[in-house]
Ligand binder design. Structure first.
Ligand code: SF4
Ligand code: SF4
Length: 306
């Protein structure tokens, strides 16, 4: 039987941001949402993508000279030339990556087997056991690679490793039963309750997301709700109150994590040749974060700022 393959763009060991304890986070490629604040825009396409990292690039032009498809251009600027890549014609052959001695050309995305990833994940078994950590599969949307993630979760469960799924919630509902018994913890994003605003800022309707959350509640998995606080989009009083009301309406008490805004995705949007629409957004003040937290604690929910 052929081994189950997936497409990932990063494996982050010793992560403390994606669930309890020390974890290894596996980032898969491909997401059905296109949130304008995405911190990992390199995850949105399910295909590998080549990028130029300006901070490393010396502007020597070797990459353009070796590209067999002639899709790299050097645009003159006052400083070093800027590299432009016509990704619609790029064949991801990586000739430019090998030619760049500065390490400025990079391919986001590689095809790997579940066994290969597991071999990396299990190296930190001792850390997981001592800290209460494990593996988190994030992305992108892990459920878009259901065969790969169930194979990887199965290996981890058999190896005694705690498993977490970081999900946007938008995937075929029947996939939940396929992960049943394999996922210990679900980090479930709730972003915007108003359906029109949700579609406007993420590209998709939120009905399926709410249905999938209700389905997860029927499973034995522990569920943490994660709310990204995006200035004047998700962090409004109206939206946070609506999220608190949804969470409060469930019989099962759910922990809520609030994720303050950062602009770590901005440079990656630029590298991918995509516009970043939140350039003017500012991080929330301490007072603003405290007021966001208060909305959830006043509703009687177990909530913390991440
Ligand atoms: S080869 Fe590397 S350093 Fe030279 S222009 Fe291309 S990306 Fe920049
Ligand atoms: S990956 Fe290959 S086709 Fe794409 S830009 Fe680099 S050299 Fe050209």
């Amino acid at each position: 039987m052929p081994e189950t393959q997936g497409t990932i763009f990063n494996i982050q060991r010793f992560s403390t941001d994606d669930g309890p304890g020390i974890r290894t986070t596996v980032f898969v490629k491909g997401c059905p949402l296109s949130c304008i604040w995405c911190a990992n825009p390199e995850s949105q396409s399910s295909l590998p993508q080549i990028v130029n990292r300006p901070s490393k690039c010396r502007g020597c032009g070797k990459c353009a000279a070796v590209c067999p498809e002639h899709v790299i251009s050097l645009i003159p600027t006052d400083n070093k030339p800027e590299i432009r890549i016509d990704r619609s014609l790029c064949k991801n052959c990586c000739t430019c990556v090998k030619a760049c001695s500065a390490g400025a050309m990079h391919l986001y995305g590689e095809h790997v087997t579940a066994d290969e990833v597991y071999n990396t994940v299990k190296r930190d078994l001792g850390y997981y056991q001592r800290s209460g950590g494990g593996i988190t599969i994030s992305g992108g949307e892990p459920m878009m690679q259901i065969d790969f993630v169930t194979a990887l979760y199965t290996l981890c469960k058999n190896g005694g490793i705690h498993t977490a799924l970081d999900t946007c919630g938008y995937f075929p509902t029947e996939y939940i039963s396929r992960t049943s018994g394999l996922v210990d913890l679900v980090l479930f994003d709730l972003k915007i309750i108003d359906p029109d605003l949700h579609k406007h800022y993420t590209g998709v309707d939120n009905q399926l997301i709410h249905r999938n959350l209700r389905e997860f509640l029927k499973t034995d998995a522990e569920i943490f709700i994660r709310v990204p606080l995006i200035p004047e989009i998700t962090d409004t009083e109206a939206n946070l109150t609506a999220i608190a009301n949804v969470v409060k309406s469930f019989e099962k008490p759910l922990h809520v994590d609030l994720l303050p805004y950062h602009n770590y995705g901005e440079n990656k949007f630029k590298m991918l040749g995509k516009p970043y629409l939140l350039s003017d957004a500012k991080r929330q003040s301490k007072e603003k974060l405290a007021s966001c937290l208060e909305i959830f604690t006043a509703a009687g929910l177990d909530c913390q700022l991440h």
